[in-house]
Design a protein around this ligand. Structure first.
Ligand code: SF4
Length: 216
């Protein structure tokens, strides 16, 4: 099957499986979304959603967050991984937003990626979900699935993002990004899975991937 045929079949299946794609991280503003995404590195969205109600009650916007002590932020987010580093970044970032952006968040990749703790993937999620700009943030689920489905060779996330952008229509990117994540969470166990039982891998996995699975 040609890659383009495979891509449109995957797109159709994911649309049937996940017609709605609610944003997984609870937030009331682009600022809160940015903070939530920053905190989601190395932890689950569920855990982030457990700590953000209190964090956003005390620091709902950049101006109020900038007044909180780093140690206090750390205490509020202690249950998410890497809390000391994330607390420092949240505090620094809030101060920068107040000083340089009037308390708003920048709406460009360059501006977002210049902020502490904000990498390309975080910036992509914010551009997509806060500003509706087409982006394809590649996380581990997407990276792994793109390789298994033979849509990218899996060299690195930069290459995967480039390959997925080339094969899927731009207007599908923001929704598809979430649909693949939802699929990965629902269907992909960490190990010991049977490709023949999977709704997509059963027909889309490449021979190379199938052979790799058999060797495990
Ligand atoms: S076989 Fe299914 S469950 Fe396993 S990686 Fe592929 S998509 Fe995920």
């Amino acid at each position: 099957m040609k890659r383009s045929e495979k891509a449109s079949r995957i797109l159709k299946m994911l649309e049937e499986l996940y017609p709605e794609t609610p944003v997984p991280l609870d937030n009331d503003s682009p600022f809160q979304l940015l903070i939530a995404v920053l905190m989601s590195a190395q932890t689950t969205d569920k855990k982030v959603n457990q700590v953000t109600p209190e964090l956003f009650r005390q620091g709902p916007d950049a101006a109020r967050m900038a007044t909180l002590e780093v140690s206090h932020i750390q205490e509020m987010i202690r249950e998410v991984g890497l809390a000391p580093t994330k607390a420092k970044n949240i505090s620094k970032l809030a101060k920068i937003l107040v000083e340089s952006y009037d308390g708003d968040i920048p709406d460009t990749f360059e501006g977002l990626e210049s902020l502490p703790g904000v990498g390309h993937k975080t910036a992509g999620v914010v551009m997509a979900q806060a500003f509706g700009v087409p982006a394809f943030p590649v996380d581990t689920h997407i990276h792994r699935l793109a390789a298994r489905w033979g849509l990218s060779n899996g060299t690195n996330v930069v290459k995967t993002e480039k390959d997925l952008k080339a094969i899927f229509p731009k207007e599908s990117w923001n929704k598809l990004h979430l649909q693949i994540i939802f699929f990965g969470r629902e269907y992909c166990p960490a190990r010991n899975h049977d490709l023949t039982q999977c709704p997509i891998c059963s027909w889309a996995a490449t021979k190379k991937r199938i052979a790799e699975e058999m060797r495990r």
